[in-house]
Design a protein around this ligand. Structure first.
Ligand code: COS
Length: 368
């Protein structure tokens, strides 16, 4: 039911304006509200706080389907669900859930997750942003980079160092509101792909954040970020899977219409072999993504499975998008056939929420 609903929404609501949004870097605000009404913005949140109370597999299927047409819309969903709502649902206080989680889960507000900095991307323990303990509040100073939903969010989960001596155990996660004094949204990034999503740097200049806005105990911020990212990586793996599936479907369809050398190009073995490889990689990616989701739902340690799912699915998205362009020939290189966008959108899945190199590190560490 979830797959059907997400697929129908993707085809009828996301597909029609997707090329224009990509061209103009237009954030789909109205579509985000509609996705909120359909329950896509807080799928795994406790129903007492406005969520759908669903499992990870359901969430993954929804992200996969939305990504078949619009990876910009699906990253907005993925960040809101797995990086913001999940963390607050799991580790937030009742008051934080009432005040911040509920509107996020209902899609009335949008969330952002702020870990990356100009000099702390993959090396995430090296946070330069500071949150000085002032008794009843923290004073936050610093800069965050490449923040998805950066200019559109209302609620920001911000990682910052309170005690450098304690290294990563001195990092806290604080809930920052858009309207807090000293908080400033920097210029919008002009990106290769997922151009309908909204990516900004953020500046914090003496932002006073009340103590009650800290998520978890003092020093829990880095662990919070890592645990949250483990689930986030499953979301991005699902996004990559959807891009791969979308590219495959379009390539298959086109191969049965386009004629060359007196027959539909599907009948040429050169094309069949490409489609066969795409199908195999796609199904392997799907199995890894669903398995990681299932492990999470079973309460197992899923960090390595999430990393494998993301690593493989992102490679598959790049591969399938590239092959889909090749099958489309010249038409694949122009925007109206969609597949060139899939290639541009696919690339980010090898970078954000942990690069492919970080995923390999995570997998290797699980083998120790
Ligand atoms: N899940 C849960 N905990 C994790 C974890 C994971 N995937 N990865 C690391 N941790 C924990 C470690 O267990 C350690 O905890 P303890 O101090 O209790 O032992 C702590 O985090 C620090 O880890 P570690 O000592 O391994 O630190 P390193 O600096 O060597 O490595 C990595 C940390 C590289 C794994 C981490 O910085 C990372 O994932 N970087 C990528 C960040 C990222 O995804 N950025 C994208 C931007 S967010 S959109």
């Amino acid at each position: 039911m979830i797959r059907d609903m997400a697929r129908e929404f993707a085809e009828t609501a996301l597909k029609p304006g997707v090329i224009e949004r990509d061209n103009k870097q237009h954030f789909p605000a109205e579509l985000v509200s509609q996705m909120g009404e359909l329950g896509f913005m807080g799928m795994q949140v406790d129903p007492n706080y406005g969520g759908g109370g669903m499992d990870t597999l359901s969430y993954v299927i929804a992200v996969e389907e939305l990504s078949r047409w619009d990876a910009s819309a699906s990253v907005i969903v993925s960040v809101n669900n797995s990086l913001v709502c999940w963390g607050l649902n799991e580790f937030g206080t009742h008051e934080q859930k009432e005040k911040y989680l509920k509107p996020l889960a209902l899609g009335e507000k949008v969330g952002a997750f702020c870990l990356s900095e100009p000099e702390a991307g993959s090396d995430a323990t090296q946070q330069r942003t500071t949150a000085v303990d002032m008794g009843d509040h923290y004073l936050v100073n610093g800069t965050k980079n490449w923040i998805t939903n950066g200019g559109r969010a209302d609620t920001y989960l911000v990682m910052a160092h309170t005690d450098r001596e304690k290294k990563h155990k001195g990092i806290n996660c604080l809930i920052v509101e858009k309207d807090m004094e000293g908080f400033e949204v920097g210029p919008k990034e002009d990106k290769l792909g997922i151009r309908g999503s909204d990516t900004h740097s953020l500046n914090f200049n003496d932002v006073k954040v009340p103590k009650e806005n800290r998520v978890g105990d003092d020093g829990f911020g880095f662990k919070f970020a890592m645990k949250t990212l483990n689930g986030g990586r499953i979301g991005i793996a699902a996004q990559a899977l959807g891009i791969a599936a979308g590219a495959f479907d379009l390539a298959l369809e086109y191969s049965k219409i386009r004629k060359a050398f007196g027959t539909e190009i599907f009948n040429h073995q050169a094309i069949q072999f490409k489609l066969a490889d795409m199908k195999m990689e796609l199904e392997a990616a799907r199995a890894l993504v669903y398995r990681a989701a299932w492990e999470k739902d079973q309460g197992m340690d899923y960090a390595a499975s999430a990393a494998m799912a993301k690593l493989h699915a992102s490679k598959t998205a790049m591969f399938c998008a590239d092959q889909a362009i090749q099958i489309h020939g010249g038409n694949g290189y122009v925007k109206e056939y969609h597949v060139e966008r899939f290639l541009r959108d696919a690339k980010i899945t090898e970078i954000y929420e942990g690069t492919s190199e970080i995923q390999r590190m995570t997998i290797a560490r699980s083998l120790r």
